[in-house]
Design a protein around this ligand. Structure first.
Ligand SMILES: [Cu+2]
Length: 201
């Protein structure tokens, strides 16, 4: 075999090996994405379903921040997995900063039993269609059963690209984000130290 042919063969074999290796390194989670659309009726009209679910034990929702598009209709589905009664009140046109604010008011949207119904119990599932505001804003939602807002059963929809000062005070900054940044630094310092040490060697 000529030298040139051997070289070509080697290049081809190396390329095949590289392709195989590349194929193996794609994480399984990146190969498939599942769109979050409802079956049957909602899928026909292409309405996205936003699911707000209770924690299995704690008086809070599993997810508290959702980013939605402006002037778009969503299917908001509330799932209560607990025997304790809960609901979701969307306070579209007002701010909700305290437990006193966290009661049902005219203009609010109620999903599930009313917080004024003290005989209500869970579990259950309720859905409504809601069209988001046309401007960049924050809309708070909460559970209106007495004491549940204060316990942490609250969240907000980020509609479009709202300014940070619209975020309710109970959801701003505080200990947790600062703590997270500190932890990241503590992890990064030894790692960068190790890299620098390796480079010097
Ligand atoms: Cu509740």
């Amino acid at each position: 075999m000529k030298k040139g042919n051997i070289l070509t063969l080697t290049v081809i074999l190396l390329s095949i090996k590289a392709m195989m290796l590349a194929g193996n390194t794609i994480p399984a989670t990146m190969q498939e994405t599942t769109p979050s659309t409802a079956p049957n009726t909602a899928e026909q009209t292409n309405i996205t379903v936003i699911t707000i679910k209770t924690d299995d034990v704690a008086v809070k929702y599993l997810q508290s921040v959702y980013t939605l598009a402006k002037n778009t209709t969503y299917n908001i589905t509330f799932i209560n997995t607990q025997t304790l009664a809960h609901n979701v009140v969307i306070a579209e046109n007002r701010t909700v900063e305290t437990e006193e604010d966290a009661v049902e008011k005219p203009g609010d949207i109620l999903i599930g039993p009313s917080g004024n119904d003290l005989t209500a119990t869970g579990p259950g599932q309720w859905s409504i269609l809601w069209t988001t505001p046309a401007e960049d804003t924050i809309v708070v939602f909460f559970c209106s059963f007495p004491g549940h807002f204060a316990a942490g059963m609250r969240g907000y929809f980020k509609i479009g690209n709202p300014p940070d000062d619209l975020i309710p005070k109970w959801a701003q900054g505080g200990l947790i984000p600062g703590f997270g940044a500190l932890m990241s630094l503590l992890v990064l310092i030894p790692v960068s130290g190790f890299i620098l040490k390796k480079r010097k060697e």
